[in-house]
Every structure is written in C-alpha cells, then in structure tokens.
Design a protein around this ligand. Structure first.
Ligand code: SAH
Length: 414
C-alpha cells in the first residue's frame, strides 16, 4: 500500500471527499507525488498529507480520481464481491415485492463510480463508464458469477461518458449465451426486452415502482384504493411510452382505452407486442410520432374556440431535456410546452402524471414549471402524489448526482 502513488488535493478540496462524494476533479488536484498510469489505484491526501481515501486515477478525465473507499483497500475480486453483495442487500431491504428485474449496482449510489449492473431475471447487463472500472471488468464479471450464477452477462457500455475517459464503446456477450429478447415481469405485467439493442440497458428500471403507483390512481379515481375496482370509462394518454410501462399498467387497471405515443417506431412496435402478450391489445392504441408535434396538432383550434379536453389521465415521461446546467432554460421551455398542451387536453377532474429525469432540474423547479403552465391555461391543480426513482437507484444526498428522477400526480381541480 505504501507504494501507491499519492494525489494531493488543493487546500479546501478535502471536505467534499470526507463528506462522501467520490469525484475529485482535475482542478482540485495539487500534485501527484509519483507517476501514476491511467486506471491505477492511488491514495488521496489533503494538502497537509492527511489520508482521505483510495481511488482510481485517470488523467484523461475531468474526474481525475473516483474514490472507492475512505480506507486503504485492495481492489480485487473480494472487494467487488462484498460491494456488490452490500448493494444487493439494499435492494432486498427496500424493493418491495421481490422483483426479478432490478438495478443491482447504481454507480455512485453504491460507491462504485463508473459501474452499473442491471439484473433482468437470470441475465445481467453491465455498463462501465470509467477507465478504472474498465480495467477491473474481469474481476467484476467473476464476482457477478459467484453471486448470481447468471445465464449470461451482457455488456452495454455505450454511454457518452466513456468518451471523456478515453474509452471506445463496448458491447457484447461477456459470459454465457443470449439467444434473443428476454421476458421480464414487473408487478404482473410481462415485457419483452431487447438487452442488446434497446434503450438504456433495455428497460427503464428506475420507473418500475411508479408504474404501479400511477395505475393505482386510476382505481382511486373511482373512490376506492382497491386495485380490483375498475375505472371503466377512462381514457389515458401515455406520452413517451417506450415499451408501454405506464400505459400497460393503466390498461390493466381497467380503463376504457390507452393511447401510447413514442417517436421510436421500434419502441412502438415492441409496446404493441407487449400489449398483446398481456391480453391488453384491445384497449390499447399506438402512434409513432413526435410528442411535441402530436400535442401541437391536438391543441390547435380556430381563433376564439377552446380545445375540447378528452383525457382522464395524461402521463408525461420525456427523456431528459438537458444533460448540462447551461441548457436548463431551454429544457424548461420544453417541459413547459408539453405541460401547457397536456393541461388543455385534460378533463376537469382528470390526472396529470408527470416526470422529469434531468438531474439539473430539481423537484421545486420542475413543479414551478408545471404551475406556470397551469397559470397560463387557467387551471388549478391539486397535487395528489409525488414520485421518485425506484429504490434500486438509491439516493445518497451527499452525492447530488444520484438524485435525478422526480414526478408528481396532479388532479385538475378546474
Ligand atoms: N415511459 C417510458 C420511458 C420513456 S424514456 C418507460 O417508463 O419505459 C423516453 C422515451 O421518449 C423514449 O422511448 C424515446 O424514444 C421517446 N422520445 C424522445 N423524444 C421524443 C419525442 N420528441 N416525441 C416522442 N417520443 C420521444
């Protein structure tokens, strides 16, 4: 251990690390005491040489060190095995209903910056976004095999972040065999998921708990929390539906119809098949369109006429409109526009279930944007639920980047 190269931090930079944030930006580094190769393990000390932790170094990245531990550690197979087991135990404590598919490791949320592991029934999908983790890939695969004995381990390392680490994209089968799409089930609805070519690692696991919560509102709308009680007449619009997560759960809640929109023709084709697989095709309809265009077309009326609201529930779950702080104003215009139009299309008493997955737009700012749209459309909203990312994407408040998905359900009072 004594021989590890040492990164000394500039004065004032130690507190964030002591507080538990794992990123040391290159601008925080005072100097390196001896040469370190990119991907090497280094020890981190403050400018007075006080030990702060051990981490993985990369001179090419803006994040020069990703701290793994406040202790002096070895990064070997045992290290990965115990970190992954600890992460799994968190899921077992906080994910209700023992789902077969969930995120096992969520990078910084589990003190493994640069590593994501998703479990889709008996298949694992790995996503590596840092050079240090890339170097440890075979150790990680071995640890995963020991813990899960999976049928296959797939790699989907295609994040933009890899570019900043000097890494090319990498995908393929790391272990075992995968011979086609995988069937998963979330609260009783089954989905066929493309783990090799689908969005993210195949599914939006971070919304898994919210599918059920939003669908429950449809039952409550009839004055009873029991999910068996149906909502016979309701019409639901699921915008940005992807594989139909929200829409299909709503359809199962017994509504009259669910219309799903996504600009990806592949997503719409898959959502359609998922509706059939679950015996819900009759009440579902689909359109491969740009949601902005669709909403615009459906809220366009001649001067002095009003839009006729037709929907009992509208779900808005767009992609992140901004990955950077500087693009937040543009993103807010986008969020406001879809809310303005959605509010015009909702019947009084109807429900807006809306989500924002941009880390840079926090819940307060997001709600302000919805309220600004409500003001412009002269609607009064009652907030009936607040949502967050599923518990398999744990939030570490000391690492603000771990908190990104927020959502609300609003009832249109009038
Ligand atoms: N609600 C989904 C996840 C949505 S992710 C779920 O729970 O699984 C965002 C989706 O929006 C993606 O499927 C993407 O194809 C789609 N998308 C992105 N921009 C769009 C646009 N302008 N119009 C329609 N769909 C869009």
């Amino acid at each position: 251990m004594q021989s590890l190269p040492t990164i000394l931090l500039k004065p004032g930079e130690a507190d964030r690390i002591i507080a538990g944030h794992p990123w040391i930006y290159s601008g925080s580094v005072l100097r390196l005491t001896q040469p370190a190769a990119d991907g090497d393990l280094v020890q981190v000390k403050d400018h007075r040489q006080r030990f702060l932790g051990t981490g993985l170094y990369n001179s090419k990245s803006r994040i020069a060190v990703r701290v793994l531990s406040p202790d002096r550690i070895e990064v070997d197979r045992t290290f990965f095995e115990s970190r992954i087991r600890a992460a799994l135990a968190v899921r077992q404590r906080y994910l209700s209903g023992s789902p077969g598919s969930f995120r096992v490791v969520n990078a910084e949320s589990d003190f493994l910056s640069g590593l994501i592991v998703d479990k889709y029934e008996d298949i694992l999908v790995l996503q590596i976004s840092s050079l240090g983790m890339e170097r440890s890939k075979s150790l990680i695969v071995e640890a995963l095999q020991t813990i899960f004995s999976p049928r296959a381990i797939i790699e989907r390392s295609e994040t933009g972040a890899r570019k900043f680490e000097g890494l090319p994209d990498a995908n393929g089968v790391l272990a075992g065999n995968l011979d086609g799409p995988v069937q998963i089930s979330t609260s009783g609805i089954s989905f066929e998921v493309d783990l090799i070519g689908g969005q993210k690692t195949g599914f939006y696991l971070d919304q898994q708990v919210n599918y059920r919560l939003v669908a429950e509102l449809l039952s409550r709308a009839q004055g009873c929390a029991d999910e068996v009680v149906r909502t016979p007449g309701a019409q639901v619009l699921d915008c940005f539906c992807f594989l139909g997560g929200f829409g299909l759960h709503a359809a199962r809640a017994g509504v009259a119809g669910v219309h799903m929109l996504d600009q990806s023709a592949d997503a719409i084709a898959a959502a359609k098949q998922n509706a059939e697989r679950n015996g819900l095709a009759e009440k579902c309809s689909f359109e491969a369109v740009n949601v902005f265009d669709w909403l615009k077309a459906h809220t366009r009326v001649p001067p002095h006429e009003k839009v006729v609201p037709q929907w009992d529930m509208i779900i808005l779950d767009p992609p992140s409109f901004t990955r950077t702080r500087s693009a937040v104003p543009d993103a807010l215009r986008g969020y406001k526009e879809i809310h303005l139009r959605a509010l015009k299309l909702l019947k009084p008493g109807g429900t807006l279930a809306t989500f924002c997955c941009s880390h840079h737009v926090d819940a307060g700012l997001f709600q302000d944007t919805v309220l600004s749209a409500a003001f412009d459309t002269r609607r009064i909203l009652r907030r009936v639920a607040a949502y967050a990312q599923s518990p398999d994407h744990p939030i570490i408040p000391m690492i603000p980047e771990t908190e990104y998905l927020k959502g609300f359900a609003f009832e249109v009072v009038r």
